[in-house]
Design a protein around this ligand. Structure first.
Ligand code: DGJ
Length: 742
């Protein structure tokens, strides 16, 4: 519901309220964002006007009205507000002072999409569009707000009607001034192989930010931040979540001013960004997601999960359980041929896998990572029957076939580079940096995007391909495009990502049934922007079950379980050399898309039987896991999380221990999200059943006592000198518990 009364906008979905008003100077001022409040005639008492020494005033003799103190809705710099602005525009005379005042507004049914950018959609959505206008330069900004059941979506459109061109120096997707600074800030930080670890810090006066200037959202920081109260837990307390539906350079920051107001800004990174707007042209920012929950971090996460599942992912797979796949990368790396691939595929079919994915190395002369990117024609010495022939054989086995591409890249040793060295991102007369021996193609150019599209179509038109893994293994350096004028070079990064989106768009248009999985050297471009096109993403190249606990726990802050690519890989693990049991590897990988990434033919008969059972279990419960509600319960040396089916009749708890300790204390864990009145029977995937049933209210209040952690168990078994090691003992152990309502 979007209400307008007494110059005040009140956007509410019954759970949250977002209130701002047209101020006396006709600009917009922020009043409140948080738990829903009732509509009333007037919210002016929430407006704080206050004189302070040194604060510039807007009106003569009215020192209380200062932009330095007022909370702003879409602030600009230089007319009294000295904090970082949401908008900055350089004009013909070199000035960047603007004065955008309220002109009109419209409340629309529906949720408009944004041309060229990923955007949310939905039925029964209301959208508010407020036009702000600066008469001196004849430029308008349309601020857009759409209210979903889960949260608020904001963006801004800038239209230049003036005779002169303008230069946008920054245009944030959202700005929000919160009343106080009593918050801890959560961000997801990492690096290759350890993406999206949770970092929490108390916010302090000044700016605290995360960003990317790599041309991709990055493994280092995710376009997300949350502000929580100190006592907010996974299940209780207040939290604000912000995320950007974008895959390129971003900035997310909190600036605390001297009056303790916390200003949150999120949008395209203004560093190395400019956009020239001629008369008649417009620029649209990506969308920002604003979420408020008073039900703890899980409350926030579930809003993100449901928004992304229901209103962002476009693929028909968004509401379907995902196929169980096997990927050959860690099984073979570049060293494979048709026979070896079919050997893996045959065993995969036998154990119940549904999709075979052929990874890197099938094209050009690619036997290592030094050549052939850009040459998307089949290496016939490895695959004499081509992709078409291999896909047919895999299909005949009863498996779907999927294929790896890295569309945005080229190797120096390739036909594409020989023909078109100008396609590469590089700065005139400067050296070009390598990343994994490869260069980045200039996707800001339509001709480059079209060339790659044609090459991919040649493969996709001729073979039965159900899935594409779209990889991207380096970041952008020496950013520059030969197709842009000198004055437009700082548009490059944004134009690049628009090119990536346009290729996705073309492929989806032509091959609507293909399931896309995005990937970037693991999870270096795992962001909401790409979820719009690819409903799942390879979470990390790190397939170690222990590291995956940290990564998947952090990723679940905002990304749904069904979007996290997660595979069981071989041990010793290829990234950290750790050995964990086949059981634990599966117990972790179940909470994702689930698949395998190893040579099944290297497993013993007993292990193969175990894999068969794992797949049977997952097939039985994957709808619950991928389409149900996910809750994080605890992290640290012990991790646990759970899923509950939408009807609350089935729940699965995952419980993981990293390091064992002697004589451990009794472990009890309180479950959440169940139906208090239902009586649940408890089993494990291995078929163990327990005589006691549990009511939902007991599980949520008294908790479940975890027997494998029972004090003294291991010591008692050892006495008098008999020790039998087991997979549920010692370091790196896990247990799944299944709750079925009677
Ligand atoms: C990086 C990806 O994350 C891996 O899964 C694999 O596809 C390799 N690239 C292939 O080069």
């Amino acid at each position: 519901m979007i209400l307008f009364n007494n110059n005040t906008f009140h956007i509410t979905n019954g759970k949250i309220s977002y209130i701002f008003k047209i101020l006396r100077n006709e600009q917009l001022g922020q009043l409140y964002f948080g738990k829903a409040v009732k509509q009333r005639d007037n919210f002016d008492h929430l407006l704080i006007e206050k004189a302070t020494n040194l604060a510039p005033a807007v009106f003569q003799g009215d020192l209380d009205f200062s932009l330095e103190v007022l909370k702003q809705e879409y602030p600009s710099y230089g007319t009294g507000d000295f904090r970082d602005p949401a908008i900055q525009i350089t004009q013909a005379n070199g000035s960047s002072i603007t004065d955008f005042v309220y002109k009109s507004h419209v409340i629309k049914k529906g949720k408009p999409s944004i041309k060229g950018l990923p955007s949310t959609y939905g039925d029964n959505i209301e959208t508010l569009e407020i036009t702000l206008y600066d008469a001196l330069i004849d430029v308008e900004i349309i601020l857009k707000y759409s209210i979903f059941e889960t949260g608020l979506i904001r963006s801004a459109e800038i239209n230049n009607f003036g005779e002169n061109s303008i230069k946008i120096d920054r245009a944030m997707s959202a700005s929000l001034d919160l009343y106080d600074d009593n918050f801890e800030m959560i961000t997801l930080n990492g690096a290759w192989g350890r993406e999206r670890h949770i970092q929490t810090r108390k916010i302090v006066k000044g700016v605290q930010s995360i960003s990317s200037a790599r041309g991709a959202s990055s493994a280092m920081h995710n376009p997300f931040l949350a502000l929580k109260r100190e006592d907010t837990t996974e299940q209780t307390g207040e939290v604000y979540g912000f995320s950007l539906i974008y895959s390129g350079n971003f900035l997310a920051q909190v600036q605390v001013d001297v009056y303790d107001v916390s200003r949150v800004l999120i949008g395209i990174n203004p560093f190395e960004f400019e956009w020239k707007l001629e008369k008649g042209e417009s620029f649209h920012t990506p969308e920002a997601v604003l979420i408020y929950s008073d039900e703890g971090l899980n409350g926030m996460s579930q809003n993100f999960h449901n928004l992304f599942k229901n209103n962002l992912m476009r693929s028909s797979y968004r509401e379907k359980a995902r196929p169980i796949l096997i990927n050959n990368w860690e099984a073979t790396y570049f060293d494979f041929n048709e026979d070896s691939i079919l050997e893996i595929a045959k065993t995969a079919k036998k154990v119940g896998v549904e999709l075979f994915v052929l990874d890197d190395g099938w094209f050009g002369n690619r036997n290592d990572d030094t050549t052939s990117l850009g040459d998307w024609s089949v290496n016939l010495s490895k695959l004499p029957n081509g992709i078409k022939g291999l896909a047919e054989k895999v299909n005949q086995l009863g498996l779907q076939f999927g294929l790896w591409f890295e569309p945005e890249m080229v190797n120096e040793i390739s036909d594409l580079y020989k023909e078109h060295p100008d396609y590469v991102v590089s700065t005139p007369n400067r050296r070009k940096s390598y990343g994994r021996n490869q260069y980045v193609l200039d996707f800001s150019r339509n001709d480059v995007v079209n060339c790659i599209f044609e090459k991919m179509c040649e493969i996709l038109d001729n073979a039965s391909i159900s899935y594409i893994k779209w990889d991207m293994n380096r970041n952008i350096t020496e950013a520059y495009s030969y197709s842009l004028s000198n004055l437009q070079q700082k548009e490059f990064f944004h134009r690049y990502i628009l090119g990536v989106y346009s290729l996705y768009e073309k492929l989806i248009d032509r091959f609507p049934n293909i399931l896309f999985e995005s990937c970037s050297a693991g999870g270096a471009r795992f962001d909401p922007g790409l979820l719009y096109y690819a409903p799942q993403a390879w979470t990390s190249d790190d397939t170690d079950a222990v590291e995956r606990l940290h990564i998947q726990y952090g990723t679940s802050m905002l990304y749904p379980i069904a979007s996290m690519g997660s595979h069981v890989a071989a041990v010793p693990n290829h990234q950290v050399d750790r050995c964990t049991s086949l059981k634990m590897r599966a117990d972790v990988a179940y909470f994702g898309t689930f698949g395998y990434e190893l040579d099944l033919n290297n497993l013993s008969e007993t292990e193969i039987e175990q894999v068969e059972k794992q797949i049977m279990f997952f097939k039985e419960y994957r709808e619950v896991i991928q389409l149900g509600d996910f809750y994080r319960l605890q992290s640290g040396n012990f991790y646990s999380w759970m899923v509950v089916s939408k009807d609350k009749k089935v729940a699965i708890l995952g419980y993981y221990k990293i390091l064992a300790s002697p004589n451990p204390s009794l472990k009890k864990i309180k479950l959440v999200g169940l139906d208090e009145t239902l009586e649940y029977e408890l089993t494990t995937p291995s078929g163990q059943s327990f005589s006691t049933t549990h009511f939902g209210d007991e599980l949520m209040n008294c908790g479940l006592i975890l027997e494998t952690e029972f004090t003294g168990l291991i010591q008692a078994e050892n006495f008098p000198g008999k020790y039998t090691p087991g997979t549920d003992k010692g370091d790196f152990t896990s247990q799944l518990y299944i709750f079925n309502a009677r």
